[in-house]
Write a protein that binds this ligand. Sequence first.
Ligand SMILES: Nc1ncnc2c1ncn2[C@@H]1O[C@H](COP(=O)(O)OP(=O)(O)OP(=O)(O)O)[C@@H](O)[C@H]1O
Length: 364
Amino acid sequence: MNWDDTSDATAPERLADPAGERLVGSVADRDDQAVEAALRPRDLDEFIGQEKVREQLDLVLKAARARGATADHVLLSGAPGLGKTTLSMIIAAEMGAPIRITSGPAIQHAGDLASILSSLQEGEVLFLDEIHRMSRPAEEMLYMAMEDFRVDVIVGKGPGATAIPLELPPFTLVGATTRAGLLPPPLRDRFGFTAHMEFYAPAELERVVHRSARLLDVQIDTAGAAEIAGRSRGTPRIANRLLRRVRDYAQVRADGTITREIAATALGVYEVDARGLDRLDRAVLEALLKLFGGGPVGLSTLAVAVGEERETVEEVAEPFLVREGLLARTPRGRVATPAAWAHLGMVPPRGAGPAAGQPGLFGT
Ligand SMILES: Nc1ncnc2c1ncn2[C@@H]1O[C@H](COP(=O)(O)OP(=O)(O)OP(=O)(O)O)[C@@H](O)[C@H]1O
């Protein structure tokens, strides 16, 4: 059987959840942006988790510092909210260099990039978020800038156009992408160091919650932090957001201290369940189990059943359900796994695939 559950579980969420409207959405909303600066770790020691990435980056930066050189270009890939922007700022801080922040969609013309590159100082870190969304001409200009610290600025149009070479000071490009697979190989190859950021383990998120609580001056006990961490979908940004909502609840309905019970009750109010599923995720699962006996069912039918657009189900709800092992995408349709039945406290019908641990065979 061809299980199609390896699709990118992150980038579509960025498209489908542009304003970060869901409490468990991983894209930053305005509220996040206002507090995130205060919560960002400032150096590698403060950065929690991602042990391998941290160790490797530490070596890259220390070696560059010892040589008195500019650090190699760094490519960071991973889902939104895992700390790519934070790491780029840490790279600049560790190198004692200034940082300039921009993003692929903001650079639609090669000229936009030329003007940024030509104003960089020696050693400066240029953080280019969503690097896979840059325009083609800008991307080609970047190849030369990364490799030779030089760009050709085209002056004029048509047959009279001339290329004026412009020397650039050495700089470090930190590119971030949710989809490393979308980067053209010539661009990928120009990064000296590439790191893939993984989702965080609950114990790591617990440390993130404790650290943020301390910075926000919120009282929280160990069990309270664990409860929030367990519902944060492996993502520090979500952990910080849930912490703020639970803090509100603790202030208004209790004495301000976050315990397991307060966290669980507060997140119940916000409809984020013990595993981090929200109303939409649960509606999809419930429809799959209650209306279609666990599947297989086609995406369009499932979307109609929950009253959502096909894209919303596919791009917003499904990636996390697949990642959690609650739903599988098969060539014959969407299928609930045994874990989905267990999560909703339901028993699969007799003879159904999920009961036998064979979700894909259900309905045959
Ligand atoms: N390893 C970490 N330790 C502590 N806090 C972290 C860690 N990683 C991320 N955070 C926190 O999570 C928030 C989001 O991180 P950040 O903005 O760096 O994510 P991102 O991957 O750049 O997201 P995006 O792709 O949306 O730009 C920040 O406020 C930061 O404080």
